[in-house]
Design a protein around this ligand. Structure first.
Ligand SMILES: NC(=O)c1ccc[n+]([C@@H]2O[C@H](COP(=O)([O-])OP(=O)(O)OC[C@H]3O[C@@H](n4cnc5c(N)ncnc54)[C@H](O)[C@@H]3O)[C@@H](O)[C@H]2O)c1
Ligand SMILES: O=C(O)C(=O)C[C@@H](O)[C@H](O)[C@H](O)COP(=O)(O)O
Ligand SMILES: [Zn+2]
Length: 363
C-alpha cells in the first residue's frame, strides 16, 4: 500500500510535512506559480534523484539552477554559504523565486539558511533524504552553519513553505546513515511520545539491521510520530524561548563530541551518547531512576548506536559545552528528564555532577 500522511505544522506561517512515496511531482507542485527560478541546493550522493527533480521542474518551465555543495558537515560553512549567494546573484534570483533543499540534514540546514539570508528571506521547500533530516532537520525552521568555534553557531529561524519526506529515498541511504536517524526518533520518545519507545523496543532487531522491507510500516509510523512531536513543539515555541529546548535533549554533550571530533562522528550517533550523558546527569541530580538510565542504554545500544565516548577529552568537551545555545552567560543549562516523558531544565549544576555524568559515559 502506498504511504501518504500529512502532518500540519501550525505556526504563524503554517505548512505541511508530507510523508509518502514518489513525491517528486508534489514537490514541483508546491513551487509557487509566481516563481521563475528554482535553486536546488544538494550534494553529490543525491545526483540521480536531483536529475529526476530537474527534469520535472524543466518541464514546468522553471529556470533550474543546481548548487552542488560539499557533502555532509563540509557543506555547513561560511565559504559554502558565500558560494551559494554567488550562484544566486549570478542567476538574478529574486524574491519570488524559490530554494529547494534536497539532501540530508546538512544540506537542509544550509539551504534553509541560504533562503533565510538571500534578499532577507525567500521561500524554501525542504526535501529531506535521510531519516534524520525527515524526522528532525527539515522540520521546524532551524537553519544554519557551523563556525570554527562550534556547531550551528550561526543561523536563523526560517520556516519552509512545505516539507516532503519521500520514504523511498531511504532505499539508497547507507545503513550507517539510517541508524543514526533513529537516535532523534528515540529522543522524541524520551521527551514526549512514549509510544515511540514501545514501538522501538518491539522492533529493535529489524530497525538495527535496517531491513527496510520488513520494518517499513513501523518506520513510517515512527517517522510520522517523531514529526508530530516536533510539529507540536515548534508550533508552541518556534524561536526556542523555552519549550523548544526539549528538542535539544542530549545535544549539549552531542554537539561537543561532534565539534571535538572534527565532525567525524555522525550527528545521530553523538546524540545517542548525549542522551545517555543527560540521563546519567539526571540520575546524579536525583531526578531519574536507575531504571530510566538503563532504558536509555538498552534502547540505544539495542539499535546499534553508541552509548559511550572513548575520546578522554573532558577539557575540550567542557569548553565546547559552554558554547551551547542554551547557556546563559556563565550558566550551563541542560535538558534532563524528571522521569521518562517529563523534560525539565537543570541550570548551573554542581560541576562534580557534570563530570560524574561524563565519567559514566567514558569508555
Ligand atoms: N535544523 C534542525 O533542526 C536539525 C535537526 C537535526 C539535525 N540537524 C543537522 O543535520 C545534520 C545531520 O544530518 P544527517 O544525519 O542527515 O547527515 P548528512 O546531511 O551529513 O547526510 C549523511 C550522508 O548521507 C548522504 N545521503 C543523504 N541522503 C541520501 C540518500 N537518500 N541516499 C544516499 N545517500 C544519502 C549525504 O549526502 C551524506 O553523505 C547535522 O548537521 C545536524 O546538526 C539539524
Ligand atoms: O529543532 C530543534 O530545536 C532541535 O534542537 C533539534 C535538534 O535535533 C537539532 O540537532 C538542532 O539542529 C540543534 O540545534 P541547536 O540550536 O542546538 O544548534
Ligand atoms: Zn539533533
Amino acid at each position: 500500500m502506498t504511504v501518504h500522511r500529512t502532518i500540519a505544522v501550525a505556526t504563524a506561517a503554517p505548512y505541511d510535512v508530507t510523508v509518502g512515496e514518489n513525491l517528486l511531482p508534489e514537490v514541483v507542485g508546491a513551487v509557487p506559480e509566481t516563481a521563475t527560478r528554482v535553486l536546488v541546493v544538494t550534494a553529490a550522493p543525491l545526483r540521480r534523484h536531483v536529475d529526476n527533480l530537474k527534469a520535472l521542474l524543466d518541464a514546468r518551465g522553471f529556470t533550474v539552477v543546481i548548487a552542488e555543495v560539499p557533502d555532509a558537515e563540509e557543506g555547513k560553512t561560511a565559504e559554502v554559504l558565500a558560494f551559494c549567494w554567488q550562484v544566486l546573484g549570478k542567476s538574478d534570483f529574486t524574491r519570488s523565486d524559490v530554494v529547494i533543499g534536497f539532501g540530508g540534514g546538512a544540506v537542509t540546514d544550509l539551504a534553509g539558511f541560504v533562503a533565510a539570508t538571500w534578499l532577507r528571506g525567500v521561500g524554501v521547500i525542504q526535501v529531506p533524504t535521510t531519516l534524520l533530516a525527515m524526522v528532525d532537520a527539515a522540520v521546524g525552521g532551524k537553519t544554519g552553519i557551523n563556525t570554527a568555534e562550534g556547531k550551528n553557531l550561526v543561523g536563523a529561524f526560517h520556516e519552509p513553505l512545505a516539507v516532503f519526506c519521500d520514504v523511498r529515498a531511504l532505499d539508497t541511504l547507507p545503513h550507517n546513515e539510517l541508524v543514526p536517524g533513529l537516535a532523534e526518533v528515540v529522543k522524541c520518545g524520551f521527551i514526549r511520545d512514549q509510544e515511540i519507545l514501545t514501538l522501538v523496543e518491539a522492533n529493535l532487531d529489524g530497525l538495527r539491521d535496517a531491513e527496510l522491507d520488513v520494518v517499513r510500516p513501523v518506520l513510517v509510523e515512527l517517522i510520522s510520530r517523531a514529526i508530530q512531536v516536533k510539529a507540536d513543539v515548534v508550533a508552541a515555541d518556534l524561536k526556542e524561548s523555552f519549550l523548544r529546548e526539549i528538542l535539544n535533549y542530549g545535544h549539549t554533550f552531542a554537539h561537543a563530541i561532534e565539534y571535538t571530533e572534527r565532525y567525524q562522528w555522525r550527528h545521530g550517533a553523538a546524540v545517542s551518547v548525549g542522551m545517555v550523558f543527560a540521563a546519567e546527569l539526571a540520575h546524579l541530580a536525583g531526578r531519574l531512576s536507575e531504571d530510566g538510565v538503563e532504558r536509555h542504554r538498552a534502547i540505544l545500544s539495542g539499535l546499534g548506536l553508541p552509548i559511550s565516548y572513548p575520546g578522554h577529552r573532558w577539557d575540550a568537551l567542557l569548553t565546547a559545552m559552554k558554547r551551547d545555545k542554551k547557556t546563559r552567560g556563565d550558566l550551563l543549562r541542560f535538558v534532563i528528564l524528571a522521569g521518562i516523558g517529563n523534560p525539565i531544565r537543570l541550570e548551573g549544576p554542581d560541576p562534580a555532577l557534570v563530570q560524574g555524568a561524563y565519567s559514566a559515559v567514558s569508555a
